[in-house]
Design a protein around this ligand. Structure first.
Ligand code: NCD
Length: 327
């Protein structure tokens, strides 16, 4: 679709509302109307991102700092592009977490950074709660880009944008979140957001990879892959987070694929219009068969990457609008 910059500007003026909070730390920061607003705004940015000229000046004069203590390709570049397309000055700081005194390192760095007067701080850290801790120490808006196994709220938002664009709605859909739920911040943020928007969420995985309190998450729990994805509209696969496992959670990756890896045969029991998602990076042949991951008639995986930039632009623009109101 081709839209003029004037149309985009007009739509943004109509849809841009201040973010409900000063920081975006978890999916619970958004109520259903906030989620709808952000998705509607993100839709405009999808159109903008498909144009030759993608640059706006909504964040002109603002400084955005990416502080990634964990390695990341897509999330970091997605935030960087989102900031740049909105006209912000963006800085990437690649930090390596020292295993000793993580707490001190984080706070020291935050206080130092704060003195440089950034407006938006995007944080990824291996410790749950790191973004929340930081938000208490700095004067700018903090966005959680993944904290340990706790939350990854912009991922849930971009996932929901991908789902809404594929189905036209989210309410009433059955979404099976499959695999290593235990170590997944993506799963935790998605469950909160999907429940808020009226989807039926199922968690599917071996008992060792489903958290003990998952029955209190407002979801159904399945330990058999076929039962779990039967009739599902969306099958969201999770990466086996080997780096976060401190013990033997699965017998072997081969056996894991046999029982919980997504292949054509297992997918056959899902709804006829099923769409498959994965936040990336994928372990092909471990949690998902390449044949499915690369089949664009059912896979939304590339859409998720595209929607990531648009969803993050919506979050950044709304947070900046909030900063404007607060100042
Ligand atoms: C996820 C993450 O880092 O939490 N990936 C991502 O943001 N693209 C999921 C994962 O690492 O498996």
């Amino acid at each position: 679709m081709s839209v003029t910059l004037d149309t985009v500007n007009e739509l943004i003026r109509a849809r841009l509302l201040p973010f409900p909070k000063r920081h975006f730390l978890g999916a619970q920061d958004l109520d259903p109307p906030d989620i709808m607003n952000l998705l509607d705004l993100a839709d405009v940015f999808v159109d903008l991102n498909r144009q030759t000229t993608k640059k706006m000046d909504l964040l002109k004069g603002r400084t955005m700092v990416n502080m990634f203590f964990e390695n990341s390709t897509r999330t970091q570049s997605s935030f960087e592009l989102a900031g740049k397309r909105l006209g912000a000055d963006t800085v990437n700081m690649s930090m390596k977490t020292s295993s000793v005194a993580k707490g001190e390192t984080l706070i020291d760095t935050a206080v130092t950074l704060n003195a440089m007067k950034p407006d938006l701080l995007v944080v990824r850290h291996s410790a749950s709660g790191a973004a929340a801790l930081l938000s208490q120490k700095v004067g700018c808006s903090v966005i959680n880009a993944g904290d340990g196994q706790h939350q990854h709220p912009t991922q849930a938002l971009l996932d929901m944008l991908s789902i809404r664009r594929a189905f036209g709605h989210v309410d009433g859909l059955t979404i099976a979140v499959c695999g290593d739920v235990m170590h997944s911040r993506v799963a935790r943020s998605n469950v909160i957001l999907l429940n808020a928007m009226g989807a039926r969420v199922r968690l599917v995985g071996p008992p060792t990879l489903i958290p003990g309190d998952a029955d209190q998450w407002g979801t159904e729990v399945y330990h058999d892959m076929r039962e779990g994805i039967e009739g599902a509209n969306v099958v969201m696969m999770l990466r086996l987070q080997l780096e976060r496992m401190d013990g033997a959670f699965i017998p072997s990756t081969r056996e894991y694929f046999r029982f919980f890896g997504l292949d054509r045969e297992k997918l056959a029991v899902a709804a006829r219009d099923v769409r498959v998602m994965h936040p990336g990076p994928m372990n092909r042949g471990v949690e998902i068969d390449s044949d499915i991951a690369d089949d664009t008639s059912i896979s939304l995986i590339q859409d998720q990457v595209e929607m990531g930039v648009a969803a993050r632009m919506a979050v950044l623009a709304s947070l900046a609008a909030r900063l404007e109101n607060d100042q």
